[in-house]
Ligand binder design. Structure first.
Ligand code: A2P
Length: 353
């Protein structure tokens, strides 16, 4: 694909690769790059050998998927990775060494002190210090803290308690298919053998399918939320606890959040702070009992926020409870990563031609 096909020739353009292009997040990368008119001169689609030779549509034309290999990044400026942690660990440094800036959706590098961990609405300036790799945060972290940042900026959050209701998409395209197939089997009274997720998924829910650390009792997803929030907010003192649960929803995570701020704060002030905040939309219709739902968050860029109320268990008046829902594949993954690349382009923190 040549540059004149893709973009106005007067603009600076970038050679882009998507590693994991055939996955649930990969497909969203393609759609977002097109929809947001990302200034590309070329687009390389990479996946496993299983997918090599397949074609995927970009801007109405077919692009052939290549097998991800060591030399895949020799002619790439920006590489989006969403093919799992082990692929990122193996190929991320190779891509960075070849001169690409890697925006990595896995957990492989998130807590590396040399790797910025970025939500563009919160800490875009952290991108500047990149050494070839920038990490996209965990989806539950992004969806929880994008709407908390406008509050934290004016009245620092000292404590956060989160309970998540997480969709199948976080475990990939195969888990989404498993939810659909197992639901069909359940309704048709057929037996179904789980292949991707560890427990029956149709009409059920279960504690997040990551390993529990016996020393703390927290699973990996919960630990990610705790550590990543501290790093992104640049606040090691914020106290957090999370309970992460997988629910039978296809692609949007919901979360119940309770925050305790440094000073007293009321629901009206929270609504004012969140009204019009970037990446956030208030859905809080008490009369109609209409609040954030995964159905409404799916396919949308914004994190929906509602049920904003005083936490009745804290008489100091410093605590607020709320409920949020955000598209796991978009703001929780591909959209946040593309926004990071847009920061790089806008600030000139990536080489292009
Ligand atoms: P493939 O479709 O060829 O298996 P998801 O998160 O939806 O499960 O998607 C995972 C993505 O990671 C897919 O694009 C998948 O490609 C890709 N992937 C998995 N294993 C490898 C591998 N060994 N090398 C390159 N890409 C891989």
């Amino acid at each position: 694909m040549c540059s004149s096909d893709l973009i106005d020739s007067s603009m600076k353009t970038y050679r882009v690769a998507v590693a994991g292009a055939t996955g649930a997040v990969g497909v969203e990368f393609l759609r977002l790059l097109e929809e947001r008119k990302f200034p590309m001169s070329s687009l390389k689609l990479l996946a496993s050998a299983r997918s090599a030779g397949k074609t995927m549509k970009y801007a109405g034309r077919d692009i052939v998927v290549d097998e991800l290999k060591d030399d895949s990044f020799n002619d790439v400026d920006i590489a989006f990775f969403s093919a799992g942690g082990s692929i990122s660990r193996q190929y991320g440094p190779i891509a960075a060494k070849a001169g690409a800036v890697v925006v990595d959706n896995s957990s492989a590098f998130r807590m590396d002190p040399n790797v910025p961990l970025v939500i563009p609405e919160i800490n875009p300036e952290a991108c500047e210090a990149h050494k070839g790799i920038i990490a996209n945060p965990n989806c539950s972290t992004i969806i929880a803290i994008t709407p908390l940042w406008p509050i934290h900026k004016v009245n620092p959050i000292r404590r956060l308690i989160a309970a998540t209701y997480q969709a199948a998409s976080g475990a990939g395209a195969a888990a989404m298919a498993e939810l659909e197939e197992s639901t069909r089997a359940y309704l048709e009274n057929r037996p179904y053998e789980q292949k991707v997720l560890p427990h029956a998924y149709a009409f059920n829910l279960f504690s997040h399918n990551t390993k529990i650390d016996p020393a703390t009792g927290y699973n990996e997803e919960e630990t990610k939320m705790v550590k990543e929030t501290k790093k992104i907010f640049g606040d090691p003192d914020i106290r957090l606890s999370a309970t992460c649960v997988r629910v039978p929803v296809l692609r949007a995570h919901s979360e119940a959040l309770t925050i305790e701020c440094e000073r007293p704060i009321g629901p009206a002030e929270v609504r004012k702070l969140l009204d019009g905040a970037p990446g956030v939309k208030i859905v809080d219709d008490i009369e109609k009992n209409y609040f954030p739902m995964p159905k409404d968050a799916s396919g949308k860029d914004d994190v929906l926020v509602g049920r904003i109320r005083k936490d009745a268990s804290d008489p100091s008046g410093k605590s607020i409870a709320m409920f949020v829902a955000g598209d796991q594949l978009l703001k929780g993954a591909a959209l946040n990563a593309v926004q990071i690349a847009e920061v790089l382009v806008e600030k000139g923190w990536v080489h292009g031609a």
